[in-house]
Design a binder for this molecule. Sequence first.
Ligand SMILES: [Zn+2]
Length: 281
Amino acid sequence: MGGERFCDLHLHTKWSDGTLSVVETARRAKRAGFSAIAITDHDTVGPELTAPFAVIEGIEVISGVELKADIFGERGEILGYFIQPRHPALQELFAWMAKARVRRMQEMVRRCREVLGIPLAYEEVAARTEGSVGRPHLAAELVKHGVAATFEEAFDRFLGQGGECYVPLPRASSKRVIEAIQAAGGVAALAHPKLLPFPDFEEVLRRLKAEGMAAVEVDYPYSEEENQTSIPELRMLAEKLDLIPTGGSDDHGPGSVRETLGLVRVPYDVVERLSALSSVT
Ligand SMILES: [Zn+2]
């Protein structure tokens, strides 16, 4: 197989919204020919990851995370690589996020009571899940109370952005997110930049670099509308600004909304460059 090695540095598992465990994801990526992967679940690090780095099922597995962040007023995500999974700086950020989610949902429930005149309590919504409470749980309550016929209607009319009962979820600033990743020994990368509506990415990347970001996700399976052609531009900017060009498929596993493993193959030396900047070399 030539000897060239590849990695995929953006994968989700069942610990956020993927379908497979970490072990199953490792096995699948190994079969797909990868030498290394990073597990980057949304705002959490699954219990299967216990060190910044491990060999699982014969493949190198980097402990990562994909954190929601307020990036200069826009809603984006920042990836962290080679993190200490249970580091207090991350735990603190996760706890802040969990609290923000609860407060936001309480406010949305209050608006539903006012706007829709239904006798709904936050506790009823929260009782629908053992995990973190979100808008799908509230949508189910609106259907149950008969103010929306379907889930989709609940979102379209009331719970979606711009809806009468919508409250935005507060996000930690990029600075705070990057600091938490660094405190946990990790390296921060801007995730899928072209999903952000910035007109000038050079300026944005410079500002994030000043906040401590060391990498940027260049290779990503953007859809056609999302502008695949932007990848060479990002690669050029990464080089110009001395940011490590990472990449990944953002795969969520078989049978998920996003089954993209294999669409992105990043040269293995990116793993070595990230590792050299982390505190686990
Ligand atoms: Zn992702």
